[in-house]
Design a binder for this molecule. Structure first.
Ligand code: ACO
Length: 433
């Protein structure tokens, strides 16, 4: 069968090019227009990359219309029910679910690398007492490259593997240390006899005088949260990691870029913004007033935790986490219950409003994840940090995939220039005369 193509014609000149159509396993076909500039001397204009497929990938698939999310082909609902976070990490990194032996080896290597170089601990003291933990995360993760000269050759698959293991292993330690620094508690060292999630909680909440008492519902809730946030194809932070990596930068620096991007309220910062919004609303009777504000184009206030660039019917992660949130709040923290009630009523009213229906705005995962983290005892400014811990595997899996492409080229978007036409320099004495 001959190659299917799309013809692009410049109606001014009648010149045409044939662009091959590429087909994926799932999802819309893509038109390969890499020759557009060479043959027609034009670029595509696609701000925010709404219609641009920036790479080929075999890791994660999202169908935004149907509300489907697959990691390496497995539906997120099945992974959330049957798997655990480290197994999902293995799957994302290596493409298949591990055998018992492979899982044992992988866990062993992660547990072996959970400690930080003692020199890195001094970094924290340099931050102000009220620094946002995300700023610490950007700094400390970026600095990791300075500590591992033994694995700096990004062309070496073993070095790439080691960097991935180190990032996944050390991220909870880095995150927990930021928290301990902010509250003035001593750092708690990781313990290898604990699971990944338990270890994180131990480092966050244990103090020298008292062991943290684990609660299985809380551990399960956090495990599911990590799974749901582990990867999400070519979102803003992942694209940042890929773009940085395309210059052959070290993965620790690339992931630091991803963390910085995640921090924004339009991305990972939304879970923090949801709780602030719910606290501001305070009680269900104030909801109609806020709904009016969310719909008012002159008012910049948005309904946080609603809407998504890709999911236009529902976010499958939101469906899973909604139930987790409900179970956890019932068992764990009655003080968060009023917030949950406001959230439920807000969701009910928003979903019946024409404004939200017409624009296909539904709750996203962040609408609920903040309430879970709050019930787990995490302060607001740690919410996005936790998202970063979970997403680290996605960033490094996507980076690794890109590095394995034989003809990988540096990323370089183009632009539509609207500035001044070329002009001649005027000396300062001559200006304004
Ligand atoms: N509240 C009110 N109106 C909204 C909202 C919202 N949360 N989201 C979108 N809209 C409106 C826009 O004003 C726009 O209206 P218009 O067509 O009348 O101009 C329309 O819906 C389309 O909005 P866009 O901004 O074009 O949608 P886009 O896909 O670019 O943005 C985004 C998606 C950034 C997530 C947006 O919905 C938003 O700001 N949501 C709140 C923040 C949030 O929850 N972010 C988390 C994302 S999920 C994640 O990162 C895990």
């Amino acid at each position: 069968m001959s190659q299917e193509t799309v013809t692009i014609t410049d109606n001014r000149t009648g010149q045409s090019i044939e662009c091959p159509i590429k087909k994926g396993t799932h999802g819309p076909d893509v038109v390969d227009c890499q020759t557009l500039y060479k043959k027609l001397g034009m670029f595509f204009f696609d701000p925010a990359y709404i219609t641009t497929a920036s790479c080929e990938s075999r890791i994660t698939f999202i169908d935004g219309e149907k509300g489907i999310l697959l990691y390496r082909g497995y539906p997120i609902e099945q992974l959330a029910e049957h798997s655990d976070y480290l197994e999902v990490c293995y799957l994302l990194l290596y493409g298949e679910l591990p055998t018992k032996e492979q899982m044992g080896d992988f866990k062993g290597s992660i547990y072996q690398h959970t400690m930080l170089h003692e020199g890195l601990l001094d970094f924290y003291k340099g931050f102000r007492h009220d620094a946002h933990p995300m700023s610490m995360l950007v700094g400390v993760v970026g600095a990791l490259s300075a500590y591992y000269p033994d694995a700096m050759d990004i062309g070496n698959p073993e070095h790439r593997k080691m960097s991935a293991v180190r990032l996944i292993a050390k991220m909870p330690t880095i995150a927990a240390n930021s928290y301990k620094y902010l509250i003035g508690h001593p750092y708690v060292y990781p313990r290898n006899n604990l699971g990944y999630v338990e270890n994180f909680m131990h480092m966050m909440f244990s103090v020298p005088k008292e062991e943290y008492q684990f609660n299985q519902t809380a551990i399960k809730a956090l495990e599911i949260m990590l799974i749901l946030h582990a990867d999400h194809e070519q979102n803003a932070s992942t694209s940042t990691v890929r773009l940085a990596g395309s210059s052959q930068a070290h993965p620790f620096s690339c992931v630091a870029g991803g963390i910085a991007t995640l921090w924004g309220p339009g991305h990972g910062g939304a879970n923090e913004a949801v709780i602030r919004m719910l606290q501001q609303i305070g009680t269900p009777k104030n909801i109609p007033l806020y709904i009016k504000r969310f719909k008012d184009k002159k008012d910049p206030t948005r309904l946080m935790g609603f809407g998504h660039r890709v999911y236009k019917n529902y976010d499958p992660r939101a469906k899973i986490i909604r139930n987790v949130c409900h179970t956890l709040l019932q068992e764990l923290d009655a003080t968060q219950q009023p917030l949950f009630e406001v959230a439920m009523e807000l969701e009910r009213i928003a979903l019946s409003e024409d404004y939200f229906i017409e624009r296909k705005l539904y709750p996203n995962v962040d609408f609920y994840s903040g309430m879970i983290m709050s019930a787990l005892g995490l302060p607001l400014n740690m919410f996005t940090v936790l998202f970063a811990v979970a997403r680290t595997v996605g960033w490094i899996a996507q980076w690794t995939e890109m590095m394995e492409v034989p003809d990988m080229r540096i990323g370089r978007p183009r632009q539509l220039y609207l500035g001044s036409k070329q002009r001649d320099y005027v000396s300062i004495e001559q200006r304004g005369i």
